[in-house]
Design a protein around this ligand. Structure first.
Ligand code: NDP
Length: 323
């Protein structure tokens, strides 16, 4: 049975008197620092000397150079996974180091001494802050990679609780499980859904339906995201009752229509490149070359052409109007 940690299982007193460093002040770093401070901890933000440092200072934090995180009892590492191995910090046996993703541990890119824990929010950075402020919290994946002191789990859970990451439960995962799942959502599920959406758009265009109407169905109306919200809040069976009988019948009667397509085989092949570490090697090489392929891919699939097309459709549909 999977272990789910609750807020009651964690005790903030485990970190009483501890010095806490948050390394990085980006998507996750800023929300973590703010949430930890609001939970009563003194946090120092360790950043390079640039604009994110100014942002941290504007938010009232004491900003310090990256190297000073070496002295903190707890260091939360919140910079992109591929640059974690090059961090100029040294950790000690009695300290705790926390990462927000299993990646660097699973693929053996980072192995500092001392306790090593993972608190991986299943939530985008700014939402980590909003959910904390709203008092609802968010789900996290919790893992202990190394327990040097016997207090790794207790201290890791205290950090998770302090950022709001146990309010909806912390799912126990190893860093490898977290990394495989996270990368698979990005590399298997997202491209598969893109493929399905593109096929749907092509077939609807063949039927003479305007692109604006198709994109409205896919995401512009907001109906899909609201349906997903209902799915989360009330479950599949109850949300189905909110659809018309024809819709219910159509969805259920055609359910198995694509069962003959062997998508799982392709996914199995792709997940192997993740688990074996081949993707991590590819991403290291991309980093070392200065991310040329990433820049090219973003220009092709999310560049000026796509932005202009989307902006035009949104304008015509009045989607930019204030609601
Ligand atoms: P960001 O890209 O937002 O991190 C930006 C911060 O990292 C900035 O402060 C930046 O400083 C600093 N930084 C970048 N490169 C370096 C470097 N070479 N040396 C030192 N500092 C550097 O990262 P995220 O917040 O998106 O991700 C942080 C961690 O959280 C990762 O482990 C990620 O997997 C995990 N995570 C992220 C989620 C998300 O929603 N984005 C969700 C769940 C987990 P500067 O301004 O100097 O560049």
């Amino acid at each position: 049975m999977t272990t789910i940690y609750t807020a009651e299982a964690a005790d903030l007193a485990e970190l009483e008197g501890a010095t806490i460093a948050v390394i990085g002040y980006g998507n996750q770093g800023r929300p973590w620092a703010l949430n930890l401070r609001d939970s009563g901890f003194a946090v120092s933000v360790c950043v390079r000397a640039d604009e994110t440092r100014e942002r941290a200072v504007d938010d009232g934090f004491e900003a310090a150079p990256l190297e000073t995180a070496s002295d903190a009892d707890v260091a939360c590492i919140l910079i992109p996974d591929d640059v974690i191995p090059a961090l100029p910090i040294e950790r000690k046996d009695d300290q705790l180091t926390i990462v927000a993703s299993g990646y660097s541990l699973a693929f053996e890119r980072f192995a500092p001494p001392g306790d090593l824990g993972m608190v991986a929010p299943r939530m985008l950075g700014p939402e980590v802050r909003s959910c904390y402020q709203e008092g609802v919290g968010f789900i996290t994946a919790i893992g202990i990679h190394h327990d040097e002191t016997g207090r790794a789990l207790a201290r890791t859970l205290a950090i998770a609780k302090a950022i709001g990451g146990l309010d909806q439960g912390g799912i126990a995962l190893t860093p490898m499980q977290e990394a495989v799942l996270d990368l698979s959502v990005e590399q298997l599920l997202s491209p598969a859904l893109t493929h399905v959406n593109r096929a749907f758009v092509a077939v609807m265009l063949e039927q003479g339906i305007p692109l604006e109407a198709i994109l409205t169905e896919l995401y512009l109306s907001g109906e899909v995201e609201r349906n997903y919200r209902l799915l989360r809040e009330v479950g599949f069976s109850d949300q189905l009752e909110l659809h018309s009988p024809a819709s219910q019948y159509g969805q259920l009667a055609r359910r198995g229509s694509f069962d003959g397509l062997d998508i799982a085989s392709k996914m199995r092949e792709m997940v192997e490149t993740i688990r074996s570490g081949r993707f991590a090697e590819e991403w290291d090489a991309e980093r070392d070359a200065g991310y040329p392929k990433l820049k090219e891919l973003k220009e092709t699939h999310a560049g000026a052409g796509i932005r202009a097309l989307e902006a035009g459709i949104r304008r015509r549909l009045g989607a930019d109007r204030e609601r």
